[in-house]
Design a protein around this ligand. Sequence first.
Ligand code: NDP
Length: 448
Amino acid sequence: MALKNEYLIGLMERVEKRNGNEPEFHQAVREVLESLEPVIEKRPDFVEKGVIESIVEPERIIKFRVPWIDDNGKVQVNRGFRVQFNSAIGPYKGGLRFHPSVNEGIIKFLGFEQIFKNSLTGLPIGGGKGGSDFDPKGKSDMEVMKFCQSFMTELSKYIGADTDVPAGDIGVGAREIGYLFGQYKRIRDEFTGVLTGKGLTYGGSLARKEATGYGLCYFTNEMLKDKGMSFEGKTVVVSGSGNVAIYATEKATQLGGKVVALSDSNGYIYDKNGIDLKAVKQIKEVERKRIKEYLNYHPEAEYHEGCSGIWTIKCDIALPCATQNEINEESAKALVANGVMLVAEGANMPSTPEAIATFQSNGVFFGPAKAANAGGVATSALEMSQNSMRYSWTFEEVDAKLHDIMKNIYKNASAAAKEYGYEDNLVYGANIAGFLKVAETMLAHGAC
Ligand code: NDP
């Protein structure tokens, strides 16, 4: 939907001009501003007091050089970023991404989305994001460690358990968090919950590893229940084969769905008998190899080069869990033609605006990332609580809290969509519900 309100059109133009050459950031801001049209009709004070102008501007951006020495003794130089976007409702919180595609615009789009997502969890966490254009793929353990130590040497000046608490994201898993935490502890001489996604022996939370994927399926289950359905007997396609994809596959299967496909950035596998997750965990979590290796375990399955073909597989439910803009209009049309009934986003912004419009105009129930994948950061916030108490909850306790949080996010996003006249439009509902809490708080703080 195009922007109609003159104030918002002007603001969008300013955002584009000020943040040139950052298309993903523009895309994320535009979607939120579109959702806010009905809100500012009811609440002109948000415009008068400059709240929306403030919310699209990061509080702080940190950008730094990350030199490290590779296994051949050669100095390599990467770029590091941390965008501290909004701390109205709590310390900045959001993951670190290590991937060659990372630049300031990507981190800003992720940090901006994180504000609303974190607000939706109902927990006291602000929005931030960070990362580097470093590619851990193909690097030795020693190289990854040296990079992480150099990255944290600089980042440690700007973060802390009560100011900014990073976590993992693409390319940053348990190994990287361990190296980053070790370096922070050494430099600052303090043992605090400055990172989440930590190992269980040094302050990590049970169920954090599973949280984003499990949370996505709990959210999807609420969507299905609302329409009188369940996962039972549904065919599911999941893209990616990293942390989110693996645990989405696990929970979707436990809830009665049959996951038939997974992918990585080289290609996708299709196993009509249902994915053997034990094999995938061995390939991806233990051996760090390509998804193609699945054929060594199941020669009867199919492997296809290229990622987008995964969306031509017939399914009832699609869960994109790889990366931004992985479903374009053409892929969305292919899913619709094959009868998909529900799409819920595990990755951040995996559907282009045209793809979302295609789903919504064809009656496909659509669950946006901000709401659907908020289980990861919610459980990170639960890790922070446990660290503050110096206490650990059981897996079942954390999982039960995660389940309740996802149910509430669905309830609140769905209610906000209805209240503002867009029933079942969870994009609007999630943006509005997430925005209102942050905006009211910014007003209470004096909106500057
Ligand atoms: P991982 O690094 O564990 O896995 C990422 C997966 O996506 C890999 O299979 C990777 O393949 C694939 N992938 C990455 N880039 C591309 C691409 N350009 N095209 C196709 N496939 C690609 O990351 P996560 O699982 O942690 O994150 C996945 C998504 O979920 C991201 O959008 C992230 O922001 C989001 N997210 C993650 C959370 C978390 O808790 N981890 C929380 C909320 C959101 P390959 O190995 O070939 O690169």
